[in-house]
Design a protein around this ligand. Structure first.
Ligand code: UDP
Length: 390
């Protein structure tokens, strides 16, 4: 592991997209083939390539975001406290600061030293059930810590903030597809914590001129297996990775949380969106803000829903493996249908979730699971070593 002004530069990930581990002021964006990219700043705000801070860049969505930024030749630095992120998801060559976003002094130093003008903020607790059990984690880790980060950002002149929000801000919606004008009534501390920060951002934008986009994800899924990135959570609670673990034989069966919902096959319907499409939307949101686009909230989904039973059927088809299912109790707080209207993001950003067919999502996620399974069969200690990686 090299260091650069006290910042770790990760050199572990085998990926064809090797960012150059250079001091910030000499960073020259290059394509993987080494061709010079056009100078950044075509948005008119600046001709100079300002750096982007990604908090939570060692997590599932954050790591894919970093990959996209590196592929686009954008200077990027990652901050992660590794409480829910993994060193193995850090993208090679990208400066990494092992710190907590609540640590204002460190955040101010990173922002100033790395010449950061924009933050894409993923670092957060994201488990709904945990938020009900232990809400303090969410008020402290998601709300208070983000307010500290915003203080550091304002004190250091950061102009743009892209916030990882969630469809959970809508709670149990009255109608679907859900557009951004739908009432926000979160039904758990996780959704409340995200909505609270959205409200703070609206106030800060009005009072201090910071510009922001709050991106409300529906169901993030999929992977970039070629780059060694995928959905890694401990414990795992999300449907697609759980079904694929069953396909790998790591679980004997999948429990379907309720089969008597008012949907065509009785199972819940969700809007699954490929994690690389999510990353594209963040990039588009940032470019839009830098072009002078208005602050606001945007849904990121496809507009099409799939039931739990359909997801399992697609997983059977893609993997070619049997997957046993049993019916279980409903999970508290699960609305029958959650489907986005992504029209606002489409119109404003020209965003198209083009990788988000269910088949493609499952195929990409499966490729990553197979890769991980092969890795752990060769290196049986890898999984056990997770705690040490943190
Ligand atoms: N689900 C399920 N069994 C599982 C995990 C999830 O039936 O083991 C269902 C869950 O009730 C929901 C859908 O799959 O209807 C998607 O759940 P997930 O946790 O992936 O995302 P959420 O929609 O809760 O954010």
């Amino acid at each position: 592991m090299a260091t650069c002004h006290g910042v770790e530069v990760v050199a572990t990930l085998v990926a064809p997209f090797r960012a150059r581990a250079l001091p910030w002021d000499t960073f020259a964006p290059t394509t993987p083939g080494g061709l010079a990219l056009p100078a950044l700043g075509t948005h008119g705000a600046s001709r100079r390539a300002m750096a982007i801070l990604v908090t939570g860049g060692a997590g599932y969505i954050g790591s894919h975001m970093v990959l996209c930024l590196v592929r686009a030749g954008r200077p990027v630095v990652v901050v992660d406290n590794l409480s829910a992120g993994y060193r193995e998801l850090l993208v090679e060559g990208v400066p990494f600061v092992h710190a907590d976003i609540a640590d204002g002094a460190t955040m101010r130093d990173v922002i100033r030293e790395r010449d950061i003008d924009a933050i894409i903020h993923f670092a957060a607790h994201t488990q709904v059930a945990e938020s009900v059990r232990d809400p303090r984690l969410y008020w402290s880790g998601n709300v208070a810590a983000t307010l500290n980060l915003l203080d550091a950002a304002l004190a250091s002149g950061v102009k743009y903030f892209v916030f990882s929000s969630t469809a959970a801000v809508y709670g149990e919606p009255e109608r679907c597809p859900i557009d951004e004008e739908a009432p926000t009534h979160p039904i758990n501390p996780y959704g409340e914590s995200k909505l609270t920060i959205e409200q703070a951002l609206a106030d800060y934008a009005r009072a201090y001129g910071m510009r922001y986009a709050a991106l409300r994800y529906f169901n993030a899924a999929g992977a970039d297996a070629d780059a060694g990135l995928g959905e890694l959570h401990h414990p795992e609670s999300h449907l697609i990775p759980i079904v694929l673990q069953a396909a790998l034989g790591r679980m004997s069966e999948v429990v379907i949380f309720g089969r008597q919902y008012p949907t065509p096959d009785g199972t819940c319907i969700r809007d699954y969106v490929h994690v690389l499409d999510l990353a594209d939307a963040h990039m588009a949101a940032l470019d839009d803000l830098r072009c002078g686009g208005d602050s606001g909230a945007f849904n990121l989904g496809t507009g099409t829903g799939h039931s739990v039973a359909e997801v399992i059927a697609t997983c059977r088809e893609v993997t070619g493996r049997p997957i046993a299912v049993v019916e279980g109790e409903r999970r508290p707080g699960d609305p029958p249908v959650l489907v986005a209207s992504p029209e606002r993001a489409r119109r404003r950003y020209g965003w198209e979730p083009r990788r988000s067919s269910l088949e493609r999502i499952v195929r990409d996620a499966w490729a990553w699971h197979l890769r991980e399974a092969a890795k752990s069969s060769h290196e049986p200690e890898t999984r056990k070593a997770h705690a040490q990686h943190r």
